[in-house]
Ligand binder design. Structure first.
Ligand SMILES: NC(=O)c1ccc[n+]([C@@H]2O[C@H](COP(=O)([O-])OP(=O)(O)OC[C@H]3O[C@@H](n4cnc5c(N)ncnc54)[C@H](OP(=O)(O)O)[C@@H]3O)[C@@H](O)[C@H]2O)c1
Length: 235
């Protein structure tokens, strides 16, 4: 039975990943900041044939990341989903030109860029030991410099996802010998707390697509950037 580890699994896309992998019979390790309040996730766990273990994980705390890696050090993690993220409307940081809030920007970079890197470093052995060896970095088209045209704003969030894309590319290089496949995935614009109620896609549509992309990955995809539909996205 394959195993997945998901960060930010208590709501939004992370919760939907947990729901779908649980329905497919996978074993789930679900990270979230407040397990005692993760009622939807617990409900999924009760139905999960492969089992779901909730872990306290604030990815901004590298000590918590390392502690979880220690707890799971004998596991084989087929798919690590670095999903936890912050910084886009409606919780947008203050980033009008001339009014950038640098403390908020630092927080966004820590959660969206540094934490996924730390997750890769902490869990590389567990992923390399698995059959599938995938690390899915939940990125965004807003991190693409080539696609950044028109009425541009959101430099805080965009720069974090551009940074995550570069991290993904380089981790793909670093882990070539282990045949680990890190990929950056653009989920589309999705109806979650972050995406808002007018977004184009349901979490179910987005995650169904991303799971399909993940299932079809080959070692030569390491470091690539794909949309939830499997289209190669420009950097
Ligand atoms: N929705 C979209 O349209 C869209 C588009 C492109 C990319 N994305 C990306 O997709 C990912 C998921 O977004 P979403 O739409 O599901 O957002 P969401 O509904 O706002 O959920 C964000 C998740 O990240 C968790 N999180 C935030 N900070 C965390 C931390 N320090 N440690 C652990 N977990 C933390 C949240 O946990 P708490 O409940 O504890 O806050 C929550 O589970 C993000 O990386 C986002 O940038 C989303």
């Amino acid at each position: 039975m394959p195993t997945v580890l998901i960060t930010g699994a208590n709501r939004g896309l992370g919760l939907e990943f947990a729901r779908q992998y649980a329905a497919a019979g996978w074993r789930i390790h679900a990270g979230c900041r407040s397990p005692s309040r993760a009622n939807d996730l617990s409900a999924i766990g009760k139905q999960a044939a492969g089992g779901l273990t909730l872990h306290k994980l604030d990815v901004g705390s590298f000590a918590e990341i390392d502690a979880l890696a220690q707890t799971l050090k004998r596991e084989a993690i087929d798919v690590l989903v670095n999903n936890a993220g912050i910084g886009w409307p409606p919780r947008a940081p203050h980033d009008d030109f001339g009014k950038t809030n640098y403390d908020e920007w630092t927080d966004v970079m820590r959660i969206n860029v540094l934490a996924p890197m730390r997750m890769c470093e902490a869990f590389v052995e567990a992923v390399a030991r698995s059959d599938r060896k995938v690390i899915a970095m939940i990125s965004s088209k807003l991190g693409s410099i080539e696609l950044a045209t028109g009425d541009l704003k959101d430099h805080v969030y965009r720069s974090s996802k551009a940074g995550l894309n570069m991290v993904t590319k380089l981790v793909g290089e670093y882990l070539k010998e282990q045949r680990v496949i890190p990929v950056a995935l653009g989920p589309g614009w999705v109806r979650t707390d972050m995406g808002g109620s007018t977004a184009a896609l349901s979490p179910e549509e987005s995650v169904t697509g991303m799971r399909r992309v993940i299932a079809g990955l080959k070692p030569s995809d390491a470091g690539a950037f794909y949309s939830y539909l499997g289209e190669k996205l420009p950097w």
